[in-house]
Design a protein. Structure first.
Length: 202
């Protein structure tokens, strides 16, 4: 261990301690003088970076809140900080999902309608806790897509089938006898079927 007074690339002089073999110390000294900043400039740069990211996040949160309101989504519940973060996650993810739902073949229209109703029921009306979105921030559009397909399989029998012998069972189960009509007439509601906030056992 030894102390060295260096002229950093920021133009400031500072004394630091270096450890290790002489060759390694020489390499570090060369790097600090060519690329490094003194501790004061380093902290200032980090603070400026933090403030920039915070400002960008603030703008994203404001945009997400406007998008959620314009889309007619239910307001999330939680603290102000949780709601702002949850809205950003929700808007970013659901806009991707909506874009995917608007594509497909004409003969898939009944399935697409059922998927859209499941989407409205689950992710627009039921999942209104900001903490739920924060906890699932690693989800992608494919994760939501799989959840919607599983839900439709359970609640609209025969509309989406999987004939593979090793096909996984749906993560959703019926709680009351289901009339197949809600799958086609636009009246699917959380009151007529189970809406678990977390998937149950397979």
């Amino acid at each position: 261990m030894a102390k060295y007074t260096l002229n950093f690339s920021c133009g400031h002089e500072e004394t630091i301690q270096l450890f290790g073999p002489n060759k390694e110390r020489s390499r570090k000294i060369e790097w600090f003088e060519s690329n490094g900043s003194c501790s004061t400039c380093y902290r200032a740069a980090k603070e400026a970076e933090y403030q920039k990211k915070a400002e960008e996040q603030k703008k994203q949160n404001a945009f997400a809140a406007q998008e959620a309101t314009a889309s007619g989504w239910v307001k999330l519940t939680g603290s102000d900080k949780q709601i702002a973060w949850g809205d950003s996650i929700r808007v970013n993810l659901l806009k991707q999902v909506e874009q995917r739902m608007n594509t497909g073949k004409a003969d898939d229209e009944p399935k697409r309608q059922a998927i859209r109703k499941a989407y409205q029921t689950l992710f627009v009306e039921a999942y209104t806790s900001a903490s739920w979105w924060i906890d699932h921030r690693s989800w992608g559009a494919s994760d939501i897509g799989k959840t919607l397909v599983d839900w439709v399989k359970a609640n609209c029998p025969g509309l989406i089938t999987d004939t593979r012998p090793d096909a996984p069972k749906s993560i959703y189960t019926h709680t009351v006898p289901l009339d197949p009509e809600p799958c086609t007439d636009g009246t699917i509601t959380p009151d007529t079927r189970i809406i678990p906030l977390e998937p149950g056992p397979a």
